[in-house]
Design a protein around this ligand. Sequence first.
Ligand code: ATP
Ligand code: MG
Length: 409
Amino acid sequence: MRVGIDFGTSYSAAAAVVDGKVELIRFGDACQFRTAVFFPEQVPNPDDFRLTPALAAQVESIVRAARMQQARGPDAQLRRDAIRVVRRQWMEEQARTAAASIADFQSALFGEEAVEAYLEEGTGHLIESPKSMLGYRLDPPVRKVIVSIAAHILEHIRLTATRQLGVPVREAVIGRPVEFRSSMGVAGGAQALELLREAAAMAGFDDVSFLEEPAAAAMHYHLGLAERQDTLIVDIGGGTTDLAHAELGGGLPPVVHRSWGLPRGGADLDVGVNLHGFMPLFGRDASAVPAHHYVEAASVHILPKQREFRRQDYRRVEEPYGSRLRALQRPGATTRLNRLAERIKIELGGAEHSEAALGFIESGLAVAVGQDDFLQASQDFLQRLRQLLERARADMAGTPASLFLTGGS
Ligand SMILES: Nc1ncnc2c1ncn2[C@@H]1O[C@H](COP(=O)(O)OP(=O)(O)OP(=O)(O)O)[C@@H](O)[C@H]1O
Ligand SMILES: [Mg+2]
């Protein structure tokens, strides 16, 4: 059985054709889930500590060293102290190995549940929107983690579909943006497809093909059109914006003439709200902290940037910015801030003002954002969107009979 998969930056969904009809795969109560995975930290259990021969040897050498320094006290006491030292080192080592091997997927959580667990537990690892990293330059360990995570999400979809449909699902058509988010231009797009193929194979798919997302989006409109029609499909998602010019409907197969892509979407609007609306409270434009630190803090979906932000030392930054930045470095804080930015963005679609409480940064801290601020923060995206539409307008011979708008943004 073959499924169609929308592996979205923000949300993922799947469907299959059963007896000539499209059947959506259900994930719990919904037909989509947030593209996020959470791996709980493997907390080492002190009761698992055993004096293996290697550890016993370490204890002996500590005791010997203590005696040489003419430490006082009975031998039994020296030994007890030495065991305590070895045991602490052992615990630290266990914690380090656990953090390094998030490839342990047994206890992973998906979707909204993943984000909530991460925010609640304050430990563990949350990976959101792995799709937006596929086109980035990745060092081998990060590459491995990203592929495993994509594989895990695809496997979650495959197993859920297999359960629902009652037949093994081994083939997939996976949606792809016209242009992937990339730090390496076209090469980033090629890498993204290669990583997705690898992930799909790991997830147990024997056969995989790709379909441009706007072409996939066109299918729904196509099936409902009695008359043949020239259409421009506009899909503004979380990570990318895709256009396709297609001839649809009328009982004939759909023909996609051309497509255009912009590797920007709703997630960039969130970053905009975050940078313009929130970051001034953290000293953006008002402290000596370099501007790129704020971009790194706001880029919650790019692991290397997040790591870079957490590594900074803000102990000498003037108050109140120093304390706020340090609070933002705590696990989960940038994710929480980004969720508030997303909520404000959505609310500003229908209201003049919106606000958010930032008590997790500083007691009583709050921020208000107005529609004007939001438009200001969205300038870059809007400008690029306008250029994309102009390019499409120039490339098309005539004016399409209709526009089909889709995507969460
Ligand atoms: N009411 C709303 N107003 C503005 N933005 C919204 C609204 N509802 C959802 N969004 C945004 O839509 C985006 C998700 O859209 P969608 O599900 O189409 O993306 P996706 O398919 O996961 O991503 P992509 O296709 O880019 O890989 C998110 O950025 C979300 O914040
Ligand atoms: Mg999409």
